[in-house]
Design a protein around this ligand. Structure first.
Ligand SMILES: NC(=O)c1ccc[n+]([C@@H]2O[C@H](COP(=O)([O-])OP(=O)(O)OC[C@H]3O[C@@H](n4cnc5c(N)ncnc54)[C@H](O)[C@@H]3O)[C@@H](O)[C@H]2O)c1
Length: 270
């Protein structure tokens, strides 16, 4: 890969990834709607609002691959999700097609399938069950990726990120946590593996309490190093201080499921 674009470069994951990918890919272009506070003189930054096609095209022109982290990263109003995540995602893939970009790695989310109960283990063949407008936008991004992969030959990898961080911080995170280096591994598979066409991976470390069958990622060489169980004592102690959440504690998506919930828990699907 000659030049890689990272969108959402000013965000939490983007800020870490910039450091972690620097030694691996020599030419990284950064983009975001806001300038990263810690931008250094050797970094290239293009300011672009994903909701603006012309700006997205300027950011994308001349790159061979895109790591698409940009977007609204939690639940938001319909208009916010529509502009940044749905229209923004369309602009990103369409600009990639117009500028003959070879690969896109899309930061999808566990919230595309958040409404599965924790007692159920799922793979990538489970139908989407978004737990929020945000989760719907991630399911949309995965579907749009499939369109551009199978119609236009773009190589697309969607990573349903669980929770990115140095350590898992509560019980749910013991199941869905991903260590930074493990996310780097998955992104590198998406950017480099010759067999990628349209892949969906779970962005999760080697967690014994995990809920997701990640064999698609393992097949392409993923070997996670992070083990959430090594942090279980601290995570469970933190969990003990949290109030119970009967809806959120039942589902993979946690508080994204209980937020705005207006159905009866007794009708909770299995
Ligand atoms: N952090 C996690 O654990 C996690 C879990 C699941 C999925 N994800 C996804 O990974 C990606 C990165 O997550 P993060 O935690 O770094 O989020 P973040 O909110 O810290 O960063 C997102 C970045 O996107 C930018 N952005 C938002 N709207 C934009 C627009 N219209 N145009 C251009 N840029 C825009 C923001 O300025 C921000 O810098 C997001 O897409 C998020 O949905 C993250």
């Amino acid at each position: 890969m000659q030049t890689i674009l990272i969108t959402g470069a000013a965000g939490g994951i983007g800020t870490r990834l910039r450091q972690l990918l620097k030694g691996i890919y020599p030419n990284i272009r950064l983009s975001d709607v806001r300038r990263p506070a810690d931008l250094t003189s050797d970094e290239t930054f293009v300011e672009a609002d994903l909701a603006n096609m012309a700006q997205v095209e300027t950011a994308v022109a001349g790159v061979q691959a895109i790591v698409h982290l940009g977007g609204f990263s939690v639940e938001g109003s319909w208009d916010t999700i529509l502009q940044s995540n749905i229209i923004g995602c369309y602009h990103l893939y369409e600009a990639a097609r117009r500028h003959r970009v070879e690969r896109v790695v899309f930061a999808s989310s566990n919230h595309a399938v958040g409404f599965y109960p924790r007692q159920r283990r799922i793979g990538i063949d489970a139908a989407v069950r978004p737990d929020s407008r945000y989760g719907v936008s991630k399911a949309f991004g995965e579907a749009l990726g499939a369109l551009y992969a199978y119609k236009h030959g773009l190589r697309v990898t969607c990573i349903r990120i669980g929770n990115f961080g140095d350590v898992p911080v509560d019980r749910r995170r013991l199941s869905i946590w991903i260590a930074p280096q493990d996310l780097v591994q998955l992104i590198r598979i998406g950017l480099e593996h010759p067999d990628v066409r349209h892949e969906i991976f779970y962005g999760v470390s080697d967690n014994v309490r995990g809920w997701w069958d990640n064999s698609a990622a393992f097949r392409l060489g993923y070997r996670p190093q992070g083990r959430s169980e090594e942090h279980s004592a601290a995570a469970l102690a933190a969990q003990a201080k949290l109030p119970p959440d009967p809806i959120g504690d039942w589902y993979h998506g946690g508080p994204f499921c209980s937020d705005e919930f207006s159905d009866g828990i007794e009708r909770a699907p299995l």
